[in-house]
Design a protein around this ligand. Structure first.
Ligand SMILES: [Zn+2]
Length: 141
């Protein structure tokens, strides 16, 4: 699952989850993505760089799932993790600084991931850099 910050042509901003990065484009082409405020179908992604959150909050999210769904959901998350590891460069604790490097260097098209503190995320947000947080799950179990 990937969370995108979306923005319609009336500048409404909202968040939505998609099963992968292609699903947004697929749904958009079918005109199935619409603004939750005004129903506009002119919706664009407004994310800059993906971020990965390593926290306990996401784990609690699993509780309400039945076991079968949980297994499938875990599998999806594991696949998502593999996808990120394959396509994104891990920058560890330097994430906040690296995000700025990528964000302010217009030529850079790097995909990076790492962990941030809540404070760092808020600082980046103030600079106009929105991150995407993903639930991070162990490969085994
Ligand atoms: Zn709207």
């Amino acid at each position: 699952m990937i969370k995108y910050n979306l923005k319609c042509h009336n500048k409404h901003e909202f968040e939505s989850w998609f099963s992968d990065s292609k699903e947004f484009d697929r749904l958009k082409n079918k005109k199935l993505v619409e603004c939750i405020f005004c129903g506009s179908k002119k919706v664009e992604k407004s994310i800059m760089s993906p971020g990965v959150l390593n926290g306990k909050k996401e784990v609690n999210f699993f509780r309400d799932k039945t076991n079968k769904d949980l297994i499938k959901f875990k599998k999806d998350l594991q696949n998502l993790r593999k996808f990120v590891e394959k396509n994104f460069q891990y920058v560890e604790k330097n994430f906040a600084n690296k995000v700025r490097e990528v964000y302010y260097d217009k030529k850079s098209k790097k995909n990076i991931y790492g962990t941030t503190t809540k404070e760092e995320r808020e600082e980046l947000k103030e600079e106009g850099i929105d991150l995407v947080s993903l639930p991070w799950i162990d490969k085994e179990n």
